[in-house]
Write a protein that binds this ligand. Structure first.
Ligand code: C6P
Length: 415
């Protein structure tokens, strides 16, 4: 088998890294697990699960409330994640990091809080044809309520945004541009810096859905200059139920709370309630504390490997997998943008993606099948769905080889 170019030139011991993910070392349906569903949820290294376990065994208490030592300990651990996130994405202020339950929750927060206050009849929200449902439906809901309308940037058949049309859609009516950084179904890396720049020249705000970007390469929020940026812990070696909304301080300060309850208030009387400062104004109730601490540990872990190392490792694996799939007869890759992250959606001639995924699973190979919560993308290609292999840095070229053997087996099975 072809060896990965430059594989030995990096400083990282990728075999050692892989051994830090115990879940990968098991048999599924009697076969070694080949986990290629990292875009849905990535796996957790033992150092992160141990950190969460330690919290449950030694630190569990509520945060921001107790004067007692255990609560202080839990609060310190939980709040240290905010600083780690701030540094990880290079945000200017700690208060700009709002904790949510994930990307979906973060986008709903912006739509419901910023949108309800600022959108009026005829205002426009620009989305793209390659958005995940999480970056479509929250805008539809608020548009229905406020009379705003959605405008859609189309893409070409390679899965690249039509930037000329984007520019022509920007107008004085544009109140928000909400675009995905990396498409979960196509792997396209969008030119978000240019998108943001053009929107700002038009005095429109921009939300970037970074769910598939933050886990795979360095994101510098000050350099991008996004007004809002969202991501989820469970796609970056952290736990489920936790995520981040980054927002520019001056914009967040002007936004009303999204949910009411404990922690988000300053003073409550039956006549009037005043709000807590940022970021707590947007964090009502007891948060998922263990998950928050887990995200901090996941960030430490990613930093230790280095985001540049991760990006170049995944680029090599993508390159290898793309070449091998392209060599297969009767298999077509959906999403061939020039700038791609390590996601490969594919179709096997005359075989439904669900059938392909089911047979691959029998071989221990985990891929996602269907529309990937991005139905407009499937409508563009006039297909019901794809099979999707999404690769992480802890995958190996052997995993890719097993996928290729699996696809050949699927083809034989249905021939
Ligand atoms: N995509 C996938 O298999 P949550 O569920 O809130 O953590 O993330 C939602 C989301 C938003 N935007 C993008 C680009 C995403 O990829 C996702 C999650 C998973 O592709 C599950 S549908």
């Amino acid at each position: 088998m072809t060896k990965l170019a430059n594989d030995t030139s990096t400083k990282t011991d990728w075999n050692k890294i892989r051994s830090q993910f115990p879940v990968l070392d098991q048999k599924i349906n009697g076969q070694d697990l080949v986990y290629l569903d990292n875009a849905a949820s990535s796996q957790m290294p033992v150092i992160v699960s141990d950190r969460i376990d330690h919290y449950h065994k030694k630190e569990h208490s509520n945060v921001h409330r107790g004067i007692h030592s255990l609560s202080q300990k839990a609060t310190d651990a939980y709040e240290s994640t905010r600083t780690k996130v701030q540094e990880f994405i290079n945000a200017r202020h700690k208060e700009e990091i709002i904790f949510t339950t994930g990307t979906t929750d973060s986008i709903n927060l912006v739509a419901q809080s910023y949108g309800r206050k600022n959108f009026n009849t005829g205002d426009e929200i620009i989305l793209s044809e390659m958005e995940h449902h999480a970056n479509i439906v929250p805008w539809q809901l608020i548009a229905e309520e406020t009379g705003a309308v959605l405008r859609i940037v189309p893409m070409n058949d390679a899965g690249e945004l039509d930037m000329d049309t984007y520019e022509s859609l920007l107008s004085e009516k544009t109140k928000m541009v909400a675009i995905v950084h990396v498409s979960n179904a196509l792997g396209t890396v969008n030119p978000v810096k240019e998108i943001i720049n053009l929107a700002h020249q038009n005095e429109s705000l921009v939300l970037i859905d970074g769910a598939q970007a933050v886990p795979h390469s360095k994101v510098d929020i000050q350099d991008l200059d996004a007004d809002f940026y969202t991501f989820s812990a469970h796609k970056m070696c952290g736990p489920t139920g936790f995520g981040v909304l980054y927002g520019k301080k001056e914009i967040l300060q002007d936004m009303p709370p999204y949910r009411g309850g404990g922690d988000m208030i300053d003073k409550v009387t039956f006549e009037e309630t005043t709000w807590n400062d940022l970021p707590y104004k947007f964090e009502a109730g007891t948060p998922p504390i263990a998950a928050g601490i887990g995200l901090g540990s996941a960030i430490d872990y990613l930093n230790e490997i280095g985001m540049d190392e991760i990006a170049s490792r995944e680029a090599q694996l993508l390159d290898y997998a793309t070449k091998r799939i392209n060599d297969l007869e009767g298999v077509r890759i959906i999403g061939t943008a020039k700038d791609k992250a390590s996601v490969i959606s594919f179709l096997i001639d005359n075989i439904h993606s669900t059938d392909a995924g089911t047979i691959l699973d029998q071989k221990g190979i985990a891929v996602r099948t269907g529309h990937h919560c991005a139905q407009p993308i499937m409508q563009h290609y006039d297909i019901p769905g794809t099979a999707r292999a999404s690769i992480s840095f802890y995958n190996t070229e052997e995993d890719i080889d097993k996928l290729i053997d699996g696809i050949k087996y699927v083809k034989d099975f249905f021939s």
